[in-house]
Write a protein that binds this ligand. Structure first.
Ligand code: C2E
Ligand code: CA
Ligand code: CA
Ligand code: CA
Length: 279
């Protein structure tokens, strides 16, 4: 038993080295990715449940890796967070999203609102507002075209600091959505203190509509309470019509999910929106 224990130990040590090595490689690759501009944004439409119209999009980060192809955020965002690189990359996300938004507007797609995800580190950055305002000015866009998505835990992480920055952002006209609602530790009562306009119900509750009665009850209750407190409600990860019908019956405002569209590159989004306009 002892010798097998030792083998196990060696096995783990090798695994750990491999893991550490992978991480080191990934980290140096991230620096290259920033320099070589290997990041791209994809956009996923948000659809009004009453009218079926696309009201806006969420920008989602992708890494176009030269050997591995398109990488999803789960592969690299944790490391961006750990290394603090999420701050410059997050600034790039805002600049790129606004540059794309500006192009859409020039092509007559003026009603499309842009939503960008924010990480906790960005909300601690004293230069954040300045960077945001510069990006807006550069593209001659008003704050009303932009919405910031933050999770409950991000809002609460740095308590007062995040709160103050959110209030400053609200004062210049920025709107906030609470992302992944239901998975964190906040409550709707707590959120009332914050300048939040929209609640995004996490996909994990939506995916079991029609399957788990508990999830249906949670969705129903959250929508009813959020709406009566004056929030706009978005359902994340909508994949089928049963979910749509259920959400519609509860007066949920907006849906987002693969049923309507996967996240797609800007050019694809533009041609999709133009097709819809000409229908
Ligand atoms: P999120 O903000 O909750 O974004 C929604 C995620 O759900 C996206 O994953 C999207 O592709 C996926 N999704 C949308 N509809 C469906 C559906 O119907 N079914 C399923 N199974 N999934 C759906 P993605 O693009 O992999 O992003 C994952 C997370 O990475 C995001 O979750 C967000 O937390 C983070 N992220 C993405 N882009 C950025 C960014 O620019 N900055 C920061 N800080 N985080 C980002
Ligand atoms: Ca989001
Ligand atoms: Ca989300
Ligand atoms: Ca999520």
């Amino acid at each position: 038993a002892k010798s097998s224990g030792r083998n196990t130990y060696m096995f783990y040590r090798q695994e750990m080295n491999a893991h550490a090595f992978e991480r080191l490689t990934l980290e140096s690759e991230l620096h290259r990715a920033i320099q070589q501009q290997e990041f791209v944004l994809y956009y996923q439409p948000k659809v009004c449940l009453q009218t079926g119209l696309i009201l806006g999009v969420e920008a989602l980060l992708r890494w176009r890796h030269p050997e591995l192809g398109i990488l999803l955020p789960e592969k690299f965002i944790p490391l961006l967070e750990d290394t603090g690189l999420i701050v410059p990359v997050g600034q790039w996300v805002i600049e790129q999203a606004l540059a794309d938004c500006n192009q859409w507007y020039e092509q007559g797609l003026e009603h499309i609102k842009m939503a960008v995800n924010l990480s906790p580190n960005q909300l601690k950055d004293v230069k954040f507002i300045e960077g945001l305002q510069n990006a807006l000015a550069q593209h001659q866009l008003s704050t009303s075209c932009l919405e910031l998505e933050i999770t409950e835990n991000t809002m609460m992480a740095d308590g007062e600091k995040a709160f103050v920055l959110m209030q400053q952002l609200q004062q210049i006209g920025i709107k906030f959505s609470v992302d992944d609602f239901g998975t964190g530790y906040s409550s709707l009562a707590y959120l009332k203190r914050l300048p939040v306009e929209t609640i995004k119900i996490d996909r994990s509750f939506i995916q079991d509509i029609g399957i788990e009665q508990e999830d249906e009850i949670i969705v129903k209750t959250v929508i009813a309470m959020a709406k009566s407190l004056g929030y706009r409600v978005v359902a994340e990860g909508v994949e089928n019509l049963e979910q749509v019908n259920f959400l519609k019956s509860l007066n949920c405002d907006i849906a987002q999910g693969f049923l309507f569209s996967r996240p797609i590159p800007s050019a694809e989004l533009v041609s999709h929106l133009q097709d819809l306009q000409h229908q």
